[in-house]
Write a protein that binds this ligand. Structure first.
Ligand code: FAD
Length: 431
Protein backbone atom coordinates (compact mmCIF):
# COMPACT_ATOMS: atom_id res chain seq x y z
CA UNK A 1 0.00 0.00 0.00
CA UNK A 2 2.21 2.82 -1.21
CA UNK A 3 1.41 6.36 -0.14
CA UNK A 4 1.60 8.96 -2.81
CA UNK A 5 4.96 10.39 -1.89
CA UNK A 6 6.77 8.00 0.46
CA UNK A 7 6.89 4.27 1.20
CA UNK A 8 4.52 2.73 3.76
CA UNK A 9 5.12 -0.86 4.84
CA UNK A 10 2.67 -3.25 6.52
CA UNK A 11 5.36 -4.76 8.76
CA UNK A 12 8.33 -3.39 10.67
CA UNK A 13 11.91 -3.96 9.52
CA UNK A 14 13.22 -7.17 11.13
CA UNK A 15 16.77 -5.85 11.52
CA UNK A 16 15.44 -2.84 13.43
CA UNK A 17 13.18 -5.04 15.58
CA UNK A 18 16.18 -7.17 16.57
CA UNK A 19 17.93 -4.08 18.05
CA UNK A 20 17.09 -2.27 21.29
CA UNK A 21 14.50 0.49 20.66
CA UNK A 22 15.79 3.87 19.48
CA UNK A 23 14.00 7.16 20.05
CA UNK A 24 13.35 8.92 16.75
CA UNK A 25 14.38 12.57 16.42
CA UNK A 26 11.41 14.99 16.52
CA UNK A 27 9.59 15.71 13.28
CA UNK A 28 9.44 19.14 11.69
CA UNK A 29 6.86 21.21 13.61
CA UNK A 30 7.43 24.74 12.27
CA UNK A 31 8.64 26.61 9.22
CA UNK A 32 12.44 26.82 8.95
CA UNK A 33 15.05 28.25 6.59
CA UNK A 34 18.29 26.40 5.88
CA UNK A 35 21.03 26.42 3.27
CA UNK A 36 20.52 22.82 2.15
CA UNK A 37 17.52 20.51 2.57
CA UNK A 38 18.11 16.80 1.99
CA UNK A 39 15.07 14.57 1.42
CA UNK A 40 15.64 11.01 2.66
CA UNK A 41 17.88 9.73 5.47
CA UNK A 42 19.20 6.60 3.76
CA UNK A 43 22.86 6.03 2.87
CA UNK A 44 22.65 8.58 0.04
CA UNK A 45 20.99 11.37 2.03
CA UNK A 46 23.15 10.96 5.12
CA UNK A 47 26.35 10.85 3.05
CA UNK A 48 25.28 14.03 1.24
CA UNK A 49 24.48 15.84 4.49
CA UNK A 50 27.73 14.78 6.17
CA UNK A 51 29.88 15.75 3.19
CA UNK A 52 28.07 19.13 2.82
CA UNK A 53 28.99 19.82 6.43
CA UNK A 54 32.62 18.72 5.93
CA UNK A 55 32.97 21.09 2.97
CA UNK A 56 30.93 23.98 4.39
CA UNK A 57 30.92 23.76 8.21
CA UNK A 58 28.88 26.99 8.63
CA UNK A 59 25.96 25.76 6.47
CA UNK A 60 22.62 24.93 8.08
CA UNK A 61 21.46 21.57 6.79
CA UNK A 62 18.10 19.83 7.33
CA UNK A 63 17.49 16.15 6.56
CA UNK A 64 13.82 15.21 6.20
CA UNK A 65 12.95 11.52 6.58
CA UNK A 66 9.43 10.14 6.07
CA UNK A 67 9.88 7.19 8.43
CA UNK A 68 11.89 6.61 11.59
CA UNK A 69 15.53 5.89 10.80
CA UNK A 70 15.86 2.09 10.91
CA UNK A 71 12.57 1.58 9.08
CA UNK A 72 13.61 2.72 5.57
CA UNK A 73 15.23 0.60 2.86
CA UNK A 74 18.69 1.43 4.15
CA UNK A 75 17.79 -0.79 7.14
CA UNK A 76 15.58 -3.26 5.27
CA UNK A 77 18.38 -4.66 3.11
CA UNK A 78 20.49 -7.82 3.45
CA UNK A 79 23.63 -6.09 4.74
CA UNK A 80 26.14 -7.23 2.06
CA UNK A 81 28.66 -4.63 1.00
CA UNK A 82 32.06 -4.23 -0.64
CA UNK A 83 34.28 -1.67 -2.27
CA UNK A 84 35.08 -3.99 -5.16
CA UNK A 85 32.45 -4.14 -7.89
CA UNK A 86 31.92 -7.49 -9.57
CA UNK A 87 29.19 -7.44 -12.24
CA UNK A 88 26.47 -10.07 -12.21
CA UNK A 89 26.56 -10.56 -15.98
CA UNK A 90 30.11 -10.63 -17.17
CA UNK A 91 31.40 -9.24 -20.46
CA UNK A 92 34.76 -7.58 -21.27
CA UNK A 93 32.88 -4.24 -21.26
CA UNK A 94 31.35 -4.84 -17.82
CA UNK A 95 34.75 -5.95 -16.47
CA UNK A 96 36.32 -2.64 -17.54
CA UNK A 97 33.38 -0.65 -16.14
CA UNK A 98 33.65 -2.53 -12.83
CA UNK A 99 37.34 -1.62 -12.56
CA UNK A 100 36.53 2.08 -12.91
CA UNK A 101 33.67 1.83 -10.42
CA UNK A 102 35.81 0.00 -7.86
CA UNK A 103 38.39 2.77 -8.07
CA UNK A 104 35.88 5.45 -6.94
CA UNK A 105 34.05 3.08 -4.60
CA UNK A 106 37.21 2.29 -2.59
CA UNK A 107 37.53 5.91 -1.48
CA UNK A 108 33.91 6.20 -0.43
CA UNK A 109 34.05 2.84 1.30
CA UNK A 110 37.08 3.91 3.32
CA UNK A 111 35.23 7.12 4.26
CA UNK A 112 32.27 5.00 5.45
CA UNK A 113 34.39 2.59 7.46
CA UNK A 114 36.30 5.52 9.02
CA UNK A 115 32.97 7.02 10.18
CA UNK A 116 31.97 3.62 11.58
CA UNK A 117 35.18 3.31 13.59
CA UNK A 118 35.45 6.98 14.61
CA UNK A 119 31.93 6.93 16.08
CA UNK A 120 32.09 3.37 17.37
CA UNK A 121 28.99 2.37 15.36
CA UNK A 122 28.24 -1.15 16.57
CA UNK A 123 26.85 -2.60 13.34
CA UNK A 124 28.67 -5.92 13.47
CA UNK A 125 30.55 -5.11 10.25
CA UNK A 126 32.74 -8.12 9.45
CA UNK A 127 34.87 -8.98 6.45
CA UNK A 128 33.50 -12.50 6.29
CA UNK A 129 33.51 -12.68 2.51
CA UNK A 130 30.45 -13.89 0.65
CA UNK A 131 29.57 -16.76 -1.65
CA UNK A 132 28.08 -16.28 -5.10
CA UNK A 133 26.40 -19.57 -5.80
CA UNK A 134 24.61 -21.40 -8.59
CA UNK A 135 22.02 -24.15 -8.19
CA UNK A 136 21.55 -24.85 -11.91
CA UNK A 137 23.74 -25.54 -14.96
CA UNK A 138 22.77 -22.17 -16.44
CA UNK A 139 23.62 -20.45 -13.16
CA UNK A 140 27.00 -22.17 -13.09
CA UNK A 141 27.73 -21.11 -16.70
CA UNK A 142 26.94 -17.52 -15.81
CA UNK A 143 29.08 -17.66 -12.66
CA UNK A 144 32.01 -19.08 -14.62
CA UNK A 145 31.94 -15.91 -16.73
CA UNK A 146 31.95 -13.84 -13.55
CA UNK A 147 34.96 -15.89 -12.47
CA UNK A 148 36.82 -14.63 -15.56
CA UNK A 149 36.09 -11.05 -14.52
CA UNK A 150 37.25 -11.76 -10.97
CA UNK A 151 40.51 -13.09 -12.43
CA UNK A 152 40.95 -10.17 -14.86
CA UNK A 153 40.16 -7.57 -12.19
CA UNK A 154 42.30 -9.24 -9.48
CA UNK A 155 39.34 -9.72 -7.13
CA UNK A 156 40.35 -12.25 -4.47
CA UNK A 157 38.20 -15.36 -4.81
CA UNK A 158 38.11 -19.08 -4.31
CA UNK A 159 36.12 -21.65 -6.29
CA UNK A 160 33.73 -23.73 -4.20
CA UNK A 161 32.32 -27.15 -5.04
CA UNK A 162 28.93 -28.42 -3.89
CA UNK A 163 30.62 -30.08 -0.92
CA UNK A 164 32.52 -26.88 0.02
CA UNK A 165 29.30 -24.87 -0.02
CA UNK A 166 27.42 -27.52 1.91
CA UNK A 167 30.09 -27.61 4.58
CA UNK A 168 29.84 -23.81 5.00
CA UNK A 169 26.06 -23.33 4.87
CA UNK A 170 24.70 -26.77 5.67
CA UNK A 171 22.60 -27.07 2.48
CA UNK A 172 23.57 -29.16 -0.56
CA UNK A 173 21.34 -27.06 -2.85
CA UNK A 174 24.16 -25.30 -4.73
CA UNK A 175 26.45 -27.00 -7.27
CA UNK A 176 29.08 -24.30 -7.81
CA UNK A 177 30.21 -21.12 -6.10
CA UNK A 178 32.78 -18.38 -5.76
CA UNK A 179 33.88 -17.18 -2.37
CA UNK A 180 34.68 -13.47 -2.60
CA UNK A 181 36.83 -12.63 0.37
CA UNK A 182 36.60 -8.82 0.08
CA UNK A 183 32.91 -8.71 0.96
CA UNK A 184 31.54 -7.50 4.29
CA UNK A 185 28.40 -8.43 6.15
CA UNK A 186 26.79 -6.01 8.59
CA UNK A 187 23.60 -5.25 10.54
CA UNK A 188 22.04 -2.64 8.24
CA UNK A 189 19.59 -1.10 10.75
CA UNK A 190 22.43 -0.66 13.25
CA UNK A 191 24.57 1.00 10.56
CA UNK A 192 21.98 3.48 9.35
CA UNK A 193 20.87 4.31 12.89
CA UNK A 194 24.51 4.83 13.88
CA UNK A 195 25.17 7.07 10.87
CA UNK A 196 22.08 9.16 11.65
CA UNK A 197 22.98 9.49 15.32
CA UNK A 198 26.55 10.48 14.40
CA UNK A 199 25.50 13.41 12.18
CA UNK A 200 27.45 16.54 13.05
CA UNK A 201 25.71 19.34 15.00
CA UNK A 202 24.67 21.78 12.21
CA UNK A 203 22.83 18.96 10.46
CA UNK A 204 19.32 18.61 11.88
CA UNK A 205 17.49 15.40 11.17
CA UNK A 206 13.68 15.47 11.20
CA UNK A 207 12.19 11.98 11.33
CA UNK A 208 8.61 10.97 10.53
CA UNK A 209 8.55 14.01 8.27
CA UNK A 210 7.36 13.17 4.77
CA UNK A 211 7.88 15.69 2.00
CA UNK A 212 4.69 16.17 0.01
CA UNK A 213 5.68 18.74 -2.60
CA UNK A 214 8.44 21.03 -3.80
CA UNK A 215 7.93 24.55 -5.14
CA UNK A 216 10.32 27.09 -6.56
CA UNK A 217 10.73 30.12 -4.32
CA UNK A 218 12.62 32.93 -6.06
CA UNK A 219 16.25 31.82 -6.02
CA UNK A 220 15.55 28.77 -3.84
CA UNK A 221 12.94 26.17 -2.99
CA UNK A 222 10.05 25.56 -0.59
CA UNK A 223 9.75 21.99 0.66
CA UNK A 224 6.26 21.18 1.98
CA UNK A 225 5.59 18.75 4.83
CA UNK A 226 2.44 18.24 6.93
CA UNK A 227 3.55 20.47 9.82
CA UNK A 228 5.90 23.02 8.34
CA UNK A 229 7.80 24.14 5.27
CA UNK A 230 11.54 24.28 4.71
CA UNK A 231 12.94 27.16 2.68
CA UNK A 232 16.30 26.23 1.22
CA UNK A 233 18.78 27.46 -1.36
CA UNK A 234 19.52 23.89 -2.40
CA UNK A 235 17.36 20.79 -2.23
CA UNK A 236 18.64 17.23 -2.62
CA UNK A 237 16.31 14.41 -3.66
CA UNK A 238 17.84 11.39 -1.90
CA UNK A 239 14.56 9.53 -1.57
CA UNK A 240 15.58 6.94 -4.15
CA UNK A 241 12.65 5.17 -5.83
CA UNK A 242 10.24 7.80 -4.50
CA UNK A 243 11.92 10.66 -6.40
CA UNK A 244 9.35 10.23 -9.23
CA UNK A 245 6.52 10.61 -6.69
CA UNK A 246 7.72 14.18 -6.15
CA UNK A 247 7.48 14.80 -9.88
CA UNK A 248 11.05 14.17 -11.08
CA UNK A 249 12.84 11.43 -13.08
CA UNK A 250 9.58 9.63 -13.82
CA UNK A 251 11.03 8.10 -16.98
CA UNK A 252 14.31 7.12 -15.37
CA UNK A 253 13.42 4.83 -12.48
CA UNK A 254 10.76 2.47 -11.17
CA UNK A 255 9.93 1.18 -7.69
CA UNK A 256 10.59 -2.50 -7.13
CA UNK A 257 9.74 -4.14 -3.81
CA UNK A 258 11.72 -7.11 -2.61
CA UNK A 259 11.24 -9.21 0.55
CA UNK A 260 13.26 -10.59 3.42
CA UNK A 261 12.54 -12.93 6.31
CA UNK A 262 14.42 -14.08 9.41
CA UNK A 263 13.73 -17.43 11.07
CA UNK A 264 13.01 -17.91 14.72
CA UNK A 265 16.06 -18.91 16.78
CA UNK A 266 17.03 -22.47 15.93
CA UNK A 267 17.44 -24.94 18.77
CA UNK A 268 20.78 -26.61 19.47
CA UNK A 269 19.46 -29.72 17.73
CA UNK A 270 18.54 -27.73 14.61
CA UNK A 271 21.73 -25.63 14.49
CA UNK A 272 23.96 -28.19 12.68
CA UNK A 273 21.72 -27.59 9.62
CA UNK A 274 23.41 -24.17 9.27
CA UNK A 275 26.83 -25.57 8.42
CA UNK A 276 30.26 -25.07 9.95
CA UNK A 277 30.85 -21.45 9.09
CA UNK A 278 29.87 -19.17 12.01
CA UNK A 279 29.06 -16.25 9.67
CA UNK A 280 28.25 -16.59 6.01
CA UNK A 281 26.28 -14.84 3.27
CA UNK A 282 25.25 -16.20 -0.12
CA UNK A 283 24.29 -14.20 -3.21
CA UNK A 284 22.48 -15.75 -6.19
CA UNK A 285 23.89 -16.17 -9.68
CA UNK A 286 20.65 -14.89 -11.26
CA UNK A 287 19.30 -11.40 -10.62
CA UNK A 288 15.90 -12.79 -9.60
CA UNK A 289 17.53 -15.33 -7.29
CA UNK A 290 17.49 -15.73 -3.52
CA UNK A 291 19.99 -14.23 -1.08
CA UNK A 292 20.76 -16.12 2.15
CA UNK A 293 22.57 -15.23 5.33
CA UNK A 294 23.31 -16.72 8.68
CA UNK A 295 22.55 -14.23 11.44
CA UNK A 296 24.40 -14.88 14.66
CA UNK A 297 24.61 -18.45 15.90
CA UNK A 298 21.04 -19.52 15.31
CA UNK A 299 18.99 -17.60 12.77
CA UNK A 300 18.80 -17.55 8.97
CA UNK A 301 17.76 -14.75 6.63
CA UNK A 302 16.12 -15.36 3.24
CA UNK A 303 15.73 -12.50 0.74
CA UNK A 304 13.77 -13.07 -2.45
CA UNK A 305 10.67 -12.05 -4.50
CA UNK A 306 10.17 -8.94 -6.59
CA UNK A 307 7.09 -6.82 -7.25
CA UNK A 308 6.75 -3.76 -9.43
CA UNK A 309 5.25 -0.64 -7.89
CA UNK A 310 2.89 -2.41 -5.45
CA UNK A 311 3.62 -4.67 -2.53
CA UNK A 312 2.53 -8.33 -2.54
CA UNK A 313 -0.08 -9.46 0.01
CA UNK A 314 1.82 -10.32 3.20
CA UNK A 315 0.48 -13.91 3.47
CA UNK A 316 1.55 -14.61 -0.08
CA UNK A 317 5.04 -13.18 0.54
CA UNK A 318 5.45 -15.29 3.69
CA UNK A 319 4.32 -18.47 1.88
CA UNK A 320 6.69 -17.92 -1.03
CA UNK A 321 9.67 -17.18 1.22
CA UNK A 322 8.94 -20.24 3.36
CA UNK A 323 8.86 -22.42 0.24
CA UNK A 324 12.25 -21.08 -0.90
CA UNK A 325 13.73 -21.64 2.54
CA UNK A 326 12.35 -25.21 2.82
CA UNK A 327 13.66 -26.08 -0.66
CA UNK A 328 17.19 -25.32 0.56
CA UNK A 329 16.88 -26.74 4.06
CA UNK A 330 14.26 -29.52 3.91
CA UNK A 331 15.36 -30.57 7.40
CA UNK A 332 14.21 -27.16 8.71
CA UNK A 333 10.93 -26.96 6.81
CA UNK A 334 9.01 -26.89 10.12
CA UNK A 335 10.79 -23.67 11.20
CA UNK A 336 8.77 -20.43 11.08
CA UNK A 337 9.86 -16.86 10.49
CA UNK A 338 9.95 -14.33 13.31
CA UNK A 339 10.16 -11.38 10.90
CA UNK A 340 9.08 -10.85 7.29
CA UNK A 341 9.32 -7.44 5.62
CA UNK A 342 9.37 -5.64 2.28
CA UNK A 343 11.73 -2.93 1.09
CA UNK A 344 11.60 -0.55 -1.85
CA UNK A 345 14.48 -0.34 -4.29
CA UNK A 346 14.90 1.85 -7.36
CA UNK A 347 15.25 0.00 -10.64
CA UNK A 348 16.73 1.64 -13.73
CA UNK A 349 16.70 0.10 -17.18
CA UNK A 350 20.46 0.02 -17.75
CA UNK A 351 21.40 -0.48 -14.09
CA UNK A 352 23.04 2.96 -13.80
CA UNK A 353 21.94 5.54 -11.21
CA UNK A 354 20.59 8.99 -12.00
CA UNK A 355 22.94 11.45 -10.33
CA UNK A 356 23.36 15.19 -10.78
CA UNK A 357 21.63 18.53 -11.03
CA UNK A 358 17.98 18.66 -12.12
CA UNK A 359 17.41 22.40 -11.96
CA UNK A 360 18.94 25.48 -10.32
CA UNK A 361 19.47 24.49 -6.67
CA UNK A 362 17.88 21.07 -7.18
CA UNK A 363 19.96 17.88 -7.12
CA UNK A 364 19.14 14.17 -7.08
CA UNK A 365 20.74 10.78 -6.70
CA UNK A 366 18.69 7.62 -7.05
CA UNK A 367 18.52 4.29 -8.81
CA UNK A 368 20.37 1.98 -6.44
CA UNK A 369 19.23 -1.19 -8.29
CA UNK A 370 19.30 -3.20 -5.10
CA UNK A 371 22.83 -2.44 -3.97
CA UNK A 372 23.24 0.85 -2.22
CA UNK A 373 25.18 0.67 1.03
CA UNK A 374 28.50 1.52 -0.61
CA UNK A 375 27.03 3.00 -3.80
CA UNK A 376 24.61 5.32 -1.96
CA UNK A 377 27.50 6.50 0.21
CA UNK A 378 29.63 7.15 -2.86
CA UNK A 379 26.91 8.96 -4.77
CA UNK A 380 25.74 11.05 -1.81
CA UNK A 381 29.26 12.10 -0.95
CA UNK A 382 30.04 13.18 -4.51
CA UNK A 383 26.68 14.91 -4.88
CA UNK A 384 27.64 17.26 -2.04
CA UNK A 385 30.90 17.95 -3.88
CA UNK A 386 29.02 18.70 -7.09
CA UNK A 387 26.73 21.12 -5.20
CA UNK A 388 29.67 23.02 -3.75
CA UNK A 389 31.76 22.98 -6.93
CA UNK A 390 34.44 20.62 -5.59
CA UNK A 391 36.16 18.08 -7.86
CA UNK A 392 35.34 16.98 -11.37
CA UNK A 393 31.56 17.13 -12.02
CA UNK A 394 31.81 14.61 -14.85
CA UNK A 395 33.66 11.89 -12.98
CA UNK A 396 30.65 10.11 -11.44
CA UNK A 397 28.51 9.99 -14.62
CA UNK A 398 31.59 8.90 -16.58
CA UNK A 399 32.30 6.02 -14.20
CA UNK A 400 28.83 5.00 -13.02
CA UNK A 401 26.83 5.84 -16.19
CA UNK A 402 23.40 7.51 -16.26
CA UNK A 403 20.01 5.89 -15.97
CA UNK A 404 18.53 5.49 -19.44
CA UNK A 405 14.95 6.32 -20.40
CA UNK A 406 12.24 3.75 -19.69
CA UNK A 407 8.72 3.41 -21.01
CA UNK A 408 5.89 5.33 -19.33
CA UNK A 409 2.88 3.56 -17.81
CA UNK A 410 0.95 1.43 -18.74
CA UNK A 411 3.68 0.01 -21.06
CA UNK A 412 6.16 -0.14 -18.20
CA UNK A 413 3.99 -2.43 -16.03
CA UNK A 414 3.22 -4.67 -18.99
CA UNK A 415 6.91 -4.92 -19.87
CA UNK A 416 7.82 -5.63 -16.24
CA UNK A 417 5.33 -8.51 -16.02
CA UNK A 418 6.40 -10.06 -19.32
CA UNK A 419 10.15 -9.73 -18.68
CA UNK A 420 9.95 -10.94 -15.09
CA UNK A 421 7.88 -13.99 -16.13
CA UNK A 422 10.51 -14.87 -18.75
CA UNK A 423 13.38 -14.26 -16.34
CA UNK A 424 11.72 -16.32 -13.60
CA UNK A 425 11.47 -19.19 -16.02
CA UNK A 426 15.15 -18.77 -16.98
CA UNK A 427 16.21 -18.52 -13.32
CA UNK A 428 14.39 -21.75 -12.38
CA UNK A 429 15.76 -23.13 -9.14
CA UNK A 430 18.05 -20.14 -8.57
CA UNK A 431 14.89 -18.49 -7.14
C1 FAD B 1 15.31 -6.52 0.93
C2 FAD B 1 16.44 -5.70 0.38
C3 FAD B 1 17.73 -6.25 0.36
C4 FAD B 1 18.81 -5.46 -0.09
N1 FAD B 1 20.07 -5.95 0.05
C5 FAD B 1 21.13 -5.11 -0.13
C6 FAD B 1 22.45 -5.50 0.24
O1 FAD B 1 22.68 -6.60 0.75
N2 FAD B 1 23.45 -4.63 0.01
C7 FAD B 1 23.24 -3.38 -0.51
O2 FAD B 1 24.22 -2.62 -0.70
N3 FAD B 1 22.01 -2.98 -0.84
C8 FAD B 1 20.95 -3.80 -0.65
N4 FAD B 1 19.68 -3.37 -0.93
C9 FAD B 1 19.50 -2.05 -1.52
C10 FAD B 1 19.72 -0.93 -0.51
O3 FAD B 1 18.88 -1.07 0.59
C11 FAD B 1 19.46 0.39 -1.19
O4 FAD B 1 20.27 0.45 -2.33
C12 FAD B 1 19.77 1.55 -0.30
O5 FAD B 1 18.86 1.57 0.76
C13 FAD B 1 19.68 2.84 -1.09
O6 FAD B 1 19.95 3.90 -0.21
P1 FAD B 1 19.32 5.31 -0.52
O7 FAD B 1 19.72 6.20 0.59
O8 FAD B 1 19.66 5.74 -1.90
O9 FAD B 1 17.75 5.05 -0.52
P2 FAD B 1 16.81 4.56 0.67
O10 FAD B 1 17.52 3.68 1.59
O11 FAD B 1 15.56 4.08 0.02
O12 FAD B 1 16.53 5.90 1.44
C14 FAD B 1 15.60 6.85 0.98
C15 FAD B 1 14.86 7.37 2.18
O13 FAD B 1 13.96 8.38 1.72
C16 FAD B 1 12.80 8.30 2.48
N5 FAD B 1 11.72 8.95 1.72
C17 FAD B 1 11.09 8.48 0.63
N6 FAD B 1 10.17 9.37 0.21
C18 FAD B 1 10.26 10.43 1.06
C19 FAD B 1 9.56 11.65 1.16
N7 FAD B 1 8.60 12.01 0.28
N8 FAD B 1 9.88 12.51 2.18
C20 FAD B 1 10.86 12.19 3.08
N9 FAD B 1 11.54 11.03 3.02
C21 FAD B 1 11.25 10.16 2.02
C22 FAD B 1 12.57 6.82 2.71
O14 FAD B 1 11.78 6.59 3.85
C23 FAD B 1 14.00 6.31 2.85
O15 FAD B 1 14.40 6.18 4.20
C24 FAD B 1 18.57 -4.15 -0.56
C25 FAD B 1 17.29 -3.61 -0.58
C26 FAD B 1 16.22 -4.38 -0.08
C27 FAD B 1 14.86 -3.76 -0.08
Amino acid sequence: MPSKTHPIYPTACGWNAMLPPREARPGLAQDITVDHAVIGAGYTGLATARRLHELDPQAQIAVLEASAVGEGSSARNSGFTAAEVLPRTATPKSAAAARGQSAVMRDAFRWLTDIVSEHGIACDMQKTGAIRAAATAAGEASLRKVLEVARTNDIPHKILSRGDIQSRIGSDYYRFGLHLSDMYLLQPAALIRGLADALPEPVTLYENTAVRRLDRDGGGWIVHTADGVVRARNVVLANNSFIPRLGYLKLRMATIYTYAAVTRELTSAERPHLGHSPAWGLLPSHRLGTTLRRIGPNRLMVRSLYAHDRQIAQDDAVAQLLARFARRWPGLSHVDFDYVWAGATAFTLNGAPWWGQLDRGLYASGGCNGSGIAKGTLLGRHLAELMLGVGDPNRIPAVMGTASLMAPEPFRSIAFHVVSALERRKAGLEI
